[in-house]
Every structure is written in C-alpha cells, then in structure tokens.
Design a protein around this ligand. Structure first.
Ligand SMILES: [Zn+2]
Length: 1063
C-alpha cells in the first residue's frame, strides 16, 4: 500500500472555498467487479456480466448531469468510477448521491463501482493548475484504460463525456478504449432506446437554458444550511413538511412540524403559510424551515369555498387566526416525477418563442406551474408529459424542469391511467427477462409437477382432507383454501379440525432473488378499476402458487384442533403441506349451496348426491364456526364498518355498462372470518418466537375529535354514539337504526369509518406491546398471512413462520432474520405503497365514474338523475351519498354569482338571489319566493354531470334537482340491512340480482357505450376482467387516508375528498 496526499478544493455551504489535504492510500488490488476478471480480484456481491457488447464508463460530468439516462435498466455494463461518484456527491448533494448509491446496490441494474482512485496504477494525481473538470475527465479516462487492460482486452470500454476536447484528445490513444459524447453513444449503441435519447435532449436543453437566467430577484434568498440548523436548534425556526391546500393551491399552505427538534412548545398546530412570496419556492412535500410572523400578521385558515370561486376573491370565511409564518430555507427537497400538461398552441406562442420555453401545468394542483425548455412545444400541445424539476432560483417566478417521457394526449384513457400511476409513484414495468429466468418452467408441453424430494418434507393432505376455495367469480390468483372435518372425540368431547391453507409463495421466491426484490419494491398487486398490475409474475400468481382445483399444490397451513361446542383451541399445528383443492367455488355459488338452492357445481358434473352433500355439509359447518368466531370478536368490540364499494360492470369489450354498488353475502364473512383467525394465530406465533422482529399489523384507536361529525349527525336523528371504546362504538352503532330508512345506519357507519386511521404494518421491536392492538378487529395481535400472492407483507410473515417452526424443531433459524430496524424500514415502505395503491384505486374509480357519465346528456338521460342522501351539512352546502352508484360528493347551495338554490311549488329547484343559513342538522336558503330546508339524512334528487378539466382530472358535479326523494322509473336499488343480521343473505341476493338486471335492461335499451380502441386494450398487463377483487378483504376495515382530508380546513371541497377505501 502506498501513501500519498490528495488535495481537494471544496466549497463550504456558505460558498467559501476550502483547501483540504487528505492522506490517500493506494493499493495494488482493487476489485474490478467484472465476471471477465483474469486476475482473481476479490469480487464479492454484484458483478458485471460478460454478456454485453461493451462496458461503458461515464465521466464525472455525465454522472452529475445525466444520471437519469444511466438509470435506464436497458443500459447494461455501466462502470461508475469513484471520481464520478464523488463528483455527484459534491455537486448534486446527498439526495442525488443516495440515488446513485441505491442504483449501485440494486441487482436489477447492471452497474458497479470501480474505486479507481485507490488503484495504484489507475490513479493520477492532479497537476498544478489543472482545472478540476479536466482532471476528473483524465482520471476517468485512465480508469477506462486500466479497466480494459485489466480484463486483458476481452471487452471494449466506452468512456462517455460531454467534453468535446476530451473526445478529440483521447479517442485515438488506445485501441479498445473509445471516447464518445453521450448523444453519439446513445445513437450508436442504443438506437432502439428512443426514450433515452429524447430524455438526453431534454436535459441538455434545460442545462443550456439555465445559463441564460434573468437577474431580477423574485424571491428572498434561502438561508444557508448551518444558519437553518442553528436556528432550528435555538427554536427560532420551525422545521416541517410543506402541505399545500389543493383547493387554494396558490394561496394557502401549512407546515406540519416534525417531532422533537421543535422548541416553541406553545405551538400545537400547523403553521399557516399564505401566498407565494412567503412560501418562497418551497414545493408541496418539501422539508422546510419557517419563521413565525409577528402575531399581528397571523391569519386564519379558509373554512368555506363557493363553487368556482377564484383565488382572488376576498370574501371567503376565515377561522380564528393561527400561527402564520414564512419559509426561510429548504432542508430537503422531496421532488418526484410530475405529470404536466403542455399548453395549447396559443399559449406557447405568446411565450417567448426563440427560447422555446413553455409553462406546463402539473396534474397535481398543489404543484406550481413548471417552466420547461423544449423544441416540441407544438407537437406536444395538450399532451401529458412526465417532468422532473431541476431548480428554482430566486430570480425565477417558476421552477425549471425538463420533460422525461410523453404519456399521450390528455383525456385519452391510457394517458389518464398512466397519469394515475405516475402521480402515485407506482412503477410497474413488465417483469424483466432476468426475473422471469428465475421462475420454474410450466407450459402445456411440460407442465410443472411436485418434486418427490419436496413431498416427503411436507404433510400430505391430499387423501385426508376435503380442501376447497371460495373466491370472486373468475379469480385467477387463489391464495387461500379451507378445510373442515370432525376429529375423533377427545377427553373433553367432540372435536373439529379447521384448516386454512395458503399458497406457499416463499417456496418459489427465495429471499433476495430478483423476483423477491421486485415484489418488495411493488409491495402489493395494484388494482385499478379496469386492470391490475401483479406483484409476482403470472406463472406464479395465476399458476404454480394459485391453489386451483384438481391439481397438487404446495401450501402453508394452519390447522386448529377445536372443541366442537365451545371452539376452545386444543392445539394448533403450523407447517408446510401438500394439498389438492377439490372445489374452486365462487361466492354466489357457495351461498346458493348454503341456501339449499339448485346450483351447478362444475367439478361434480353428473354424479352428485353424496359428494354434493359432503361439500354442503362442510360449508354449513364452516358457516357455523365462523359465526361463533365472529361473535367472540364482537364481544371484544369488533366493528362492522362500511366502505362504499362500487363495481364497474363491463361488457365483453371491457366497456363500462353500469356502476353497481357491491353487496356482501354471508359467505364473504365466513371466509373472511377464517382468514382473520389464521392471521391472528400466525401473529401470535411469530410474535412469541421473535418478540423483537416480527411483522405485525396494528390499527391505532382513532382520535376522539374525528368523531365529532359522526356524533353531531347521529344526535340530529336522536341517536347517541358512544366512542369511548370500540365496544361502545360498535354497540351504539348497532342501536342507531332508523326502521324507516336503513341508509341512516349505513351512513353513520361510513362516517365512523371515515374517522378511523389506517391500519399499519410495524416491527414488534419498534412499538410497545400495548400498541399492538387492532382496534377495528378487536384483536391483541394481528398480521397478514393469507394473501402472499398479492401482498409482500404476507411473504415476510411466511418466512418468519417458517423460521419459527424451524426454531421449534431445534434447528434454529436457518438464515439470519432481518433486524428490528431493517424490518421496520420495510414495514414503512409497504405502508407507503399501500397508501399509494389505495389512492390510485380511488382515483381510477373516479376516472371511470367520470367516463361513465361523460357521454351521457345530464339534461335528458335519466341515468344522470339519482336519489341522494344528505349526510353532512357544511357552511355552503352539503355532502351527499348516492346509493345507486356508491358515489359521494358535495352539493353546493350557493353559486359564484351569490345565488342560492330555491324550491319551487312543484318541488323542483332553481337558482335565485338569496341567502344561506346553516344549522347543526339542517341548512336553509331564503329568497323572495320563500325558504327551502335541507335536513340531515333527507333524501333529495340530484343531477350528475362531469366537470371537464384540461390539466387535471375531470370531476363529478352534483346539482339539486328537487329536495324530494327521486322517483325512479324502474325498481329502486335498495341497500343492505343495517345490522349484522344473519338472515340477510337472501334479501341481499335478491337486491343484487334486481340491480344487475335493471341496469342490464337499461343498457340494452340504449345501446353500448363507445368502444375502446385496440391499442388502448393492448397496453394492459393483466388480462383478467376481475375488477376490485382486492375488495374481497372484506372485514379488515374500510379505512380512510387521513392525509387526504386533514388539511385544508372545513371547506366543502376538502371534505368531499374524504372517501373510504378498503384496506
Ligand atoms: Zn479483476
């Protein structure tokens, strides 16, 4: 090892130049991480494959400015030099550097780090007077030459640089080492990767424009990092995340402060930031430091909005003044990819034409307009484009960004769906060749079969147990099956054996494999209204792991030996099994069997009697057991909540023909209860085995103030809702039944659901034991075990259970388990992805609701007129629920001209000049004609139309037609019974059938909706029309994402966002 000195010229955060001398050690052996190595380097971990045509080595400038291009997974064989990495670290900050590091770590990316400056023969010291960038380029070139020689010339090495002089100087020096500029490189080696070339041009253009900024200051300079840090420590500044009110995006934002570093303890709420100057270039989601304004300048948050009211109008209602401040610095930018709509031609031309700059409007209303330099302004007008932000200088009114990829024309279905994915940070590229290469082979020619060596390690249930599944019709990914049978009586009497058998996914997906990493990154299967994106490749999710009928499958089982009378647990067995499901039932069929109706069971064919009786018997016993289990949980305070769930009915061409609210069958509950039972017992097992590092799922009790709306609304109808505990809440909800209108109870349950927080995954070591409780299910411990095909959490739990079983057998965990800290990080990641999945699903449902109503004329089409129930009163209108479409939304009673809705003699409504008065349980409008009253829980008639938007999503608009119930021409859809009444299944079935028939008839009369083009259909990754099958996770709470409604005050708009989704 040789010791030298290395001189660095660094810039301090105040802009001072510092000269640092560091000791620098050189070694002869520095790993090359290439599989072609001829010199026995200690290459541990990821190595570059030799199966590429060349290796590519970006110089410091390329790594710094064009890393996005190097992130394309298609570009393989990238060697990042230490020189280039340090350049990224020093000039682009921690965030960008971390991005590079995770790229280097990720086995799905073909790139490695070569520590060229530690290599004795590739290191070149900086010469006196040599500019830093020249030196860095020289270093990288030397590294390229060394690398090429080290691999004995087996692979050409291409260095890429933006420095034309370097191309001229180096390109002909060494045979086998090429020097190209980036653009030429992409054109020569990756001509089919058009997206990379386009992105290159976009970034290059943006860099070029950056030099020509104006000098006039639009904003105050941000304070330097060390000043901010000291200010936060002393309590002068407050640190927090900027949250923009989407309904008043340019005007109102809040800073949610984070935790302990905050010393100004009298503050217990958010800090309001008013206007663009005070926001000072902070973007929604950024971590900022704010300084409070003098108390005299404090203001209140806006509490009501009038429909369509411009931001400038000053007559909005404000609440009490609250802590108000201004942003003095940015601690961490949290920019992501944004979908932006390019302006129409008129607007591009009015902007300076030579500079080719346009102002794009982000789809997310909370993000400011973005200035983009482009040569495609004409071509891309009215297109949606992915844009990344580059900078926002104090001299620029808007942030600068560059376009990354064109999604398509705004308003087209495929563009809109891709927009939803990008906006929720959901990345679901097709599975790569390398990932698919890990999969076992199963094709019609050589079908997969069980391995005899594996069979002997498993408990074989094929001959002993009647196993069956119950799923939505047409389900491809069957991850759970059930069995139930009698056991010989024991000393304490009759015994039953209940079995839950779950797809053994982790048998096929080894920890750390590419498939595992991809599944972990996705965390869940994503269900949108018309398609799904699977977490695992189809060969697993629809075939080898899917517990299909009539084939041998590996399973992870939990089997309880129960007292037949009391269901007391005698023993529990956990382990790997081999099963063959005898029946693959769907819910309606299982329910029909239970109801004793004539039903066609495909597996039985013509021979029926005895076998059918056996199956029906099993279903009946299971129903009985599930009722008893449910009753036990009810005693503990389990909640029955309502999420509004709608199913889009599609024809064979996948056009929507109707929106149908989902109706539960009792068999849903039976299956769900067994799954909850299995999840609970697995949670107990893994928590007992690994008290510090098991993955559980808890549901924190809601904050009492969130129940105010529920309690006020219930009181208006004469009910008292006791929210002191889940048991009290469940009991009082059960009592709050209006015999004349079952919807009242359902709406109260919706409101209770909206008050809840999300259930979350956590590591047992990261949370005190008394917080393990699952409030909604009333269980002391809970986890997810039963859906490993579509939830990564369940895969982790399967591995934990396997380790627990091995430990019990005295083997000790075969592999080191994740530490508490690692597990907690994964848990947070999965929680975030779940939130994104729920949100994307909700937004895609709204998209389809808009598509459904978009081509109908609200004035003439009777499907656009519906019955609605008022469930909340607001300052300027009310929130209503439309049972027929499972739709919730705001109805405004005052418009932008100041007119109010007034009732005519015949019950119809129009707009008149007048005033509005809000009360606890009703709202009135007064005009020259008279007074109209709208009461809580009253049924009214509304007209549904679509409010189109060019840059954002379309929205559903509701208007009062009459303040009387809607007289439907056809059979009115009725809703489910309020209570957990067990006799309800038949009624429910009746209702579903009626609803579906009614909508079918209506549809046939009016002809089909417009067809999707072939291209639109081609893009879909999933071929399954199995909509919303996620919602089969029936009982584990329909829960609200609080972030969506917590901010932005009590305005109608904000509250209208609140929507329950299934968790
Ligand atoms: Zn080597």
């Amino acid at each position: 090892m040789i010791k030298t000195e290395k001189v660095l010229h660094l810039k301090s955060s105040r802009g001072r130049k510092v000269r640092v001398v560091r000791e620098h050690y050189l070694r002869e052996h520095v790993p090359c991480y290439s599989s072609l190595c001829q010199a026995q380097c200690a290459n541990e971990g990821k190595v570059l494959s030799g199966e590429v045509t060349h290796y590519v080595m970006p110089d410091a400038g390329v790594a710094r400015d064009f890393m996005e291009i190097l992130e394309f997974r298609e570009i393989q064989g990238i060697v990042f030099t230490q020189t280039a990495c340090q350049a990224v670290q020093h000039s682009r900050g921690r965030r960008q550097y971390n991005r590079l590091r995770s790229l280097l770590k990720d086995p799905r990316h073909h790139c490695i780090l070569f520590a060229n400056e530690f290599q004795e023969y590739s290191y070149c010291p900086r010469e006196k007077g040599e500019p830093q960038d020249k030196w860095q380029t020289r270093c990288v070139y030397h590294a390229a030459v060394w690398y090429h020689d080290h691999l004995a010339g087996l692979k050409p090495v291409v260095m890429i640089t933006e420095d034309q002089n370097a191309v001229a100087e180096y390109s002909s020096l060494n045979c086998g080492v090429y020097v190209l500029c980036t653009q030429e490189y992409l054109q020569t080696f990756w001509p089919e990767l058009q997206a990379a070339l386009e992105l290159y041009c976009s970034i290059a253009q943006s860099l070029q424009e950056k030099g020509s900024e104006g000098t006039e200051r639009e904003y105050t300079e941000h304070l330097p990092a060390e000043v901010l840090e000291a200010g936060i420590k002393s309590g002068r500044y407050i640190q927090g995340t900027l949250n923009v009110n989407k309904h008043r995006a340019q005007h109102e934002a809040f800073v949610r402060f984070e935790g302990s570093s905050n010393k100004s303890s009298e503050l217990n709420s958010d800090v309001l930031v008013c206007g663009g100057k005070n926001r000072n270039r902070a973007v929604h989601g950024d971590m900022v430091a704010v300084e409070l304004l003098p108390k005299g300048e404090w203001r209140g948050r806006t509490t009501a909005l009038t429909e369509g009211q411009g931001e400038e109008k000053g007559d909005e209602t404000q609440s009490q003044p609250m802590a108000t401040g201004r942003v003095v610095g940015i601690l961490q930018r949290n920019w992501r990819d944004y979908v932006v709509t390019f302006p129409p031609k008129e607007e591009t031309q009015s902007q300076s034409r030579n500079s080719q700059r346009i102002l794009g409007t982000p789809w997310d209303q909370r993000i400011p307009k973005i200035r983009i330099s482009t040569q495609q302004a004409d071509k891309l007008q009215d297109h949606r484009v992915i844009v990344r932000l580059d900078s926002w200088d104090s001299t620029s009114l808007y942030p600068n960004g560059h376009s990354v990829r064109v999604l398509g024309r705004a308003g087209e279905l495929e563009t809109e769906v891709q927009t939803i994915l990008i906006e929720n940070c959901i990345h679901v590229p097709p599975f790569s060749e390398a990932q698919l290469g890990e999969m076992p082979v199963s094709s019609p020619e050589s079908p997969w079969s069980v391995d005899p060596a594996e069979v002997i390690t498993r408990r074989d249930l094929r001959q002993t147990h009647l196993v069956f599944s119950v799923d939505p019709r047409g389900c491809e990914d069957v991850d759970d099956t059930l069995s139930i049978r009698s056991l010989p009586p024991g000393p304490r009497g009759e015994r039953l054996e209940l079995g839950v058998h779950i797809a053994d996914v982790t048998h096929f997906v080894k920890e750390g494999s590419l498939t595992d990493l991809e599944a972990r990154a996705r965390a869940t299967t994503y269900y949108l209204a018309d398609r799904r994106y699977d977490m695992l490749p189809a060969v697993l999710s629809a075939d080898l792991c899917s517990l299909l009928g009539g084939v041998d499958r590996y399973a992870m089982s939990v089997m309880w030996d129960l007292d037949a009378q009391t269901l007391a647990v005698n023993t529990v067995w956990y382990g790997r099994t081999l099963i063959q499901s005898s029946y693959q039932l769907y819910y309606e069929l299982a329910q029909a069997l239970l109801n004793g109706e004539e039903a066609e069971v495909p597996e039985l064919g013509t021979i029926r009697d005895a076998k059918l009786a056996q199956l029906t018997q099993a279903l009946e016993t299971l129903t009985h057991v599930a009722r008893q289990l449910r009753a036990q949980r009810d005693k503990g305070g389990a909640l029955e909540l309502e999420g509004v769930e709608v199913r889009a009915q599609l024809d064979e061409d996948r056009n929507i023909t109707a929106l149908v609210p989902r109706q539960p069958l009792e068999v849903h509950e039976t299956v769900a209860e067994c799954m909850i039972y299995a999840n609970h017992w697995v949670a107990r097992k893994i928590q007992e085995s690994f008290p510090q590092q098991a993955l559980l799922r808890h549901h924190p009790p809601p904050r009492q103030e969130f129940f105010n709306q529920l309690q006020d609304s219930a009181r208006a109808r004469g009910f008292t809702i006791d929210t002191r505990s889940n048991k009290a809440l469940a009991d009082s909800l059960d009592r709050a039944v209006d015999p004349r209108d079952p919807l009242v109870n359902r709406l109260l349950r919706v409101m209770a659901t909206m008050a809840m927080s999300n259930a979350l995954y956590f590591s047992t070591g990261a949370c005190p034991v008394d917080q393990y409780y699952h409030y909604g299910l009333a269980l002391d411990r809970y986890t997810h075990f039963t859906s490993p095909i579509r939830r990564y959490a369940d895969m982790i739990v399967h591995r934990l259970l396997t380790a627990a079983i091995a430990m019990e057998k005295g083997a000790g965990p075969a592999k080191a388990l994740a530490s508490n800290k690692e597990l907690e990080e994964v848990a947070q990641q999965i929680n975030n992805k779940n939130r994104a999945a729920q949100h994307a699903q909700k937004v895609s449902t709204e998209l389809f609701q808009c598509l459904y109503f978009r081509d109908k004329d609200p004035e003439t089409d009777e499907r656009c007129v519906a019955d609605a129930v008022i469930y909340t009163i607001r300052a300027n209108g009310m929130l209503v629920f439309i049972p027929q479409y499972g739709l919730k939304g705001a109805v405004y009673l005052k418009n932008r001209e100041g007119q109010v809705v007034s009732e005519r003699q015949d019950g119809g409504c129009d707009w008149q000049t007048g005033s509005l008065q809000r009360y606890l349980d009703h709202i009135t409008t007064t005009t020259a004609v008279g007074t109209s009253t709208f009461n809580l829980f009253q049924h009214i008639t509304v007209r549904i139309s679509v409010q189109p938007s060019r840059c954002h999503s379309d929205t559903i608009r509701l208007e009062v037609v009459s303040n009387r119930p809607h007289q439907a021409p056809e059979t009115q859809v009725q809703t489910s019974q309020p209570q957990g009444a067990r006799g309800r299944s038949q009624l429910v079935q009746e209702v579903v059938r009626q609803a579906e028939e009614a909508s079918q008839q209506a549809e046939e009369k009016r002809g089909r909706a417009s067809k999707l083009s072939t291209e639109e259909r081609e893009f879909r990754q999933s071929k399954c029309p199995n909509l919303y099958s996620l919602l089969e996770e029936v009982r584990e709470l329909a829960l609200l994402d609080l972030a969506a409604c917590g901010a932005g005050g009590g305005g109608l708009g904000a509250a209208a966002q609140a929507c329950a989704t299934s968790a």
